[in-house]
Design a protein around this ligand. Structure first.
Ligand code: DC
Length: 221
């Protein structure tokens, strides 16, 4: 067992997982791992290379060969494919629209999960916050703290609209459709045994970060 404190955070799209997890890591001096970014980077690589994202074998091959690099410093966060920075590009709706097809391929998941665990093992900081959909259940079921970060569908849609600067109904439709597809692969809507639910519907960003930091302190103090 390593001495690194592991914090696993799962939740649906628009729950604020990425920004909250990063702020929690920053507040605690921990590393931060955004696993969804790896799925997104693979989806983008497929789009750029004309690979059909519905072709499971092609997606698995992309997962084996693409050089996806994830920054783990919350103050110097980046996602790269090879030398190309794709931190912003992977958030585009065209990537969100196809990422679920990549994420449902078992070989893709197994390969990425091994890499996520290697990153956790190799962290030089006292702890790491890892966020995604199956971190509490599959990637790090023995994490020191496991959290399900939820919010009502209305709140999640409103946050995603604000993030994209696009208040159209299409944003909500895409979010709901993606959750439905992703739920067919992993159940990230109900807390597994031993997982603490944090409902951020009525909390602002700072309150959500504080709530999680307090939970971490309880397990580390
Ligand atoms: O958290 P996100 O929206 O950036 O995740 C992008 C996609 O990756 C999401 O649609 C589901 C998938 N994903 C997954 O299947 N497992 C994870 N651990 C993280 C993300």
């Amino acid at each position: 067992m390593s001495d690194v404190t592991t914090v696993a955070i799962d939740g649906p799209a628009g729950s604020g997982k990425s920004s909250v997890s990063r702020a929690v890591a920053r507040a605690l001096g921990y590393a931060y791992l955004d696993t969804g970014a790896a799925y997104r980077a693979l989806a983008l690589a497929c789009l750029q290379q004309g690979v059909d994202t519905a072709d499971a074998a092609a997606a698995a091959e992309m997962a084996r060969t693409a050089d996806v690099r994830l920054g783990t410093d919350p103050d110097d966060y980046f996602v790269r494919v090879g030398e190309t920075d794709v931190t912003e590009e992977i958030r585009e709706p065209r990537v969100s629209a196809v990422v679920s097809a990549i994420a449902r391929v078992p070989e893709v998941r197994v390969g990425l999960n091994d890499r996520f665990r290697d990153i956790v093992e190799g962290t030089a900081k006292p702890g790491i916050v890892v966020e995604g959909r199956d971190i509490t259940t599959v990637v790090l079921p023995d994490a020191d703290l496991r959290i399900l970060l939820t919010a009502s569908e209305e709140a999640r849609i409103a946050r995603r609209q604000a993030q994209l600067g696009d208040a159209s109904a299409a944003v909500g439709d895409q979010l709901v459709a993606r959750d439905r597809k992703d739920l067919a692969v992993v159940d990230f809507m109900s807390a597994a045994e031993g997982v603490t639910t944090v409902d951020s519907t009525e909390l602002d960003f700072g309150q959500t970060v504080d709530a999680i930091v307090e939970l971490v302190k309880k397990v580390t103090d």
